[in-house]
Design a protein around this ligand. Sequence first.
Ligand code: NAD
Length: 364
Amino acid sequence: MAFLYESHRQRVLLQSGGAAQALAHEVQRRGAQRVMVIAAGTQAPTAAQITAGLPVVLRWDEVVMHVPLQVAQRARAAAGACDADLLISVGGGSSTGLAKAVALSTGLPIVSVPTTYAGSEATNVWGLTEGASKTTGVAEVVLPQCVIYDASLTTSLPVATSVASGLNALAHCIDSMWAPNRNPVADALAAEGIAAITAGLPEIVADPAGLRGRERALTAAYLAAVAFASAGSGLHHKICHVLGGRYNLPHAQTHAVILPYVLAFNGSVAHGAERRIAGALGAGSALAGIAALYEALDAPRALRQLGFPPDAVAEAAAALLPFVPPSNPRPVTVEDLRRLLAAACEGADPGVLQETVTITREPR
Ligand code: NAD
């Protein structure tokens, strides 16, 4: 047995209703005097409320999913022009992503207040998009130095968006079980994350204004993202990354749709991972657990409903092949990818990808 696990230094606080006080404390302990607040338009009123009284020199609300380079360049220039000494991001992965893009070129520290379950706040991964091509990279400077989770800021997240975002977190957990740098620490975090999201999402659906489900989902988002940051991108993330950039698909919903298909495909050979996932879901098999969860949540099922063109299955499969991680527990052919995408496009039963295969690698 051999593994590498690297931990990342962050202060992480969860306190419902406590964001304003926690931010004031954080700004004071850092001695920050010129704060740039980054929050997507929909989150701008929330951001204004929780940063009132702080030494804010700029409020930036031009936030676009997948961080187009031109938007990042405008935000970087504005950060320089106002001589900011701290970035505070309030919002989902898109707001955090823009703060990371600014930090990448300026070195400014980030304090992140996440309002979805995307988990970007817990990773050192940045992303920038130019045309249809998204570039990602890893840099310590983009890892937020402090994360403040306040579930009361997330009760406004619509149920359908909450479900898709929570399944994005679930995908971080499940994919980390067979990602290239899979390790027992990430496995443990991921299993705990699966259990937390499986408990939290049905509570959010039943009681969208309640805090308990939201707190569980935020906790799961953090566990999931730390596992993902450690284990790296597995087959699921590679597929979603390429599809999202190439066909401009919504991030969280694409993860939600693809997850059962990759689970069916890999789970049929990665027996150890399959058992851990099933156990964390509290189900007899991982696929049965996911099916029950998706049913209870009325989760998104079909890529075509997200805007993926059905006649693009073959070209998308060919585009995906070079991105398949060599360490994937089951060898992947272009025909496998075509079948996976064709099934996901229609929302077909993921079980069609589960047939017994002769594998050339040791199952994990
Ligand atoms: P998002 O940030 O675009 O948010 C989705 C929608 O929800 C937006 O319209 C936003 O305004 C709205 N919203 C957010 N919080 C809300 C709230 N509390 N109430 C009401 N509406 C709210 O989407 P996302 O799924 O959170 O993030 C996706 C982006 O994050 C993608 O660009 C993805 O690549 C990136 N991401 C990066 C990492 C990483 O490690 N670098 C990890 C996960 C996601």
